[in-house]
Design a protein around this ligand. Sequence first.
Ligand code: UDP
Ligand code: MG
Length: 324
Amino acid sequence: MSEHTLAIVAPCYNEQEMLPTSIPVLLETLDRLIAAHKISPASQLYFVDDGSRDNTWQQLSEACEAHPGRIVALRLSRNKGHQNALLAGLENTSEDMVVSIDADLQDDPVNIDKMVDAYLAGSEVVYGVRAARDTDTKFKRFTAEGYYHVMRKLGVDLVFNHADFRLMSRRALNALLEYPESQLFLRGMVREVGFDSAIVEYDRQSRIAGESKYPLRKMLSLAWHGISSFSTAPLRAITLLGITASALSLLTLLWVLATRIFTDNAIPGWTSILLPLLFIGSVQLLSLGVIGEYLAKLYTEVKKRPRYHISERVSGTNSNDNRV
Ligand code: UDP
Ligand code: MG
């Protein structure tokens, strides 16, 4: 019998269509690993209800009652977003290794077996990496893969095609939990933490029920958090832009002076006034915008607000149940 305890953490936002499938599948995953003597029977599932408006919480608390001691359900006081919900789950575990996975099981839990194998072989962080993106729309695939390339160029160390399906050892997780920032981009932060890591490749499935809770707006916001939390390259780009624009305007100045002094056709056309005016104006606005974005980030971080509040916790064993 293995001594190693495993926690599987899944954030859930309006997942009532998925949970009747996800809960049994994840319990089976634990059973399979326990039977194979890879993990301890004390291993548990953690579900975090991220302020759902549907029956998610009811389903989770019923599942806790039905499987005492096997499932912990946490309820956040309101919707705080996937990254915060996941962190809430991670922070409340005490197991030796922790796997994070989406509640829609697009990342097949079969791969958790391989992650546990890699952990038992000595890796402290095991990244789930999507081998193919066949199930994504062309648009999502193009933008997602392009994003990883841009991040690399900006000097941000990301694992290509890895989202938030990963295993972490207690030591790596505790290190991650030392990061105090309130705007989370977990896949970048885990990379920052370091420790020996391994990769498990898998094919991502399409969602079998419910719809994506990550509309384009949330995706763009996460993408920008990723860049602005890990790279100051956009600020440096503004400086470069400023230098280039200054050099160009100096050349233009010389040309204007030369035209004035050495030729007769010195009547300036409105285009040559209007174009630089518009161009420089827009570059200035854009630059102010980028600086503003970083300032806004500082503003949010400086307040050090809590990242979430837990309103309820159920674990099916009465002694642990309480309203927080
Ligand atoms: N999720 C969450 N809070 C949110 C949005 C999403 O906890 O505000 C959860 C959601 O329930 C799922 C995971 O995050 O378990 C990933 O969301 P989704 O599957 O909708 O994203 P996609 O796979 O489409 O990128
Ligand atoms: Mg999904």
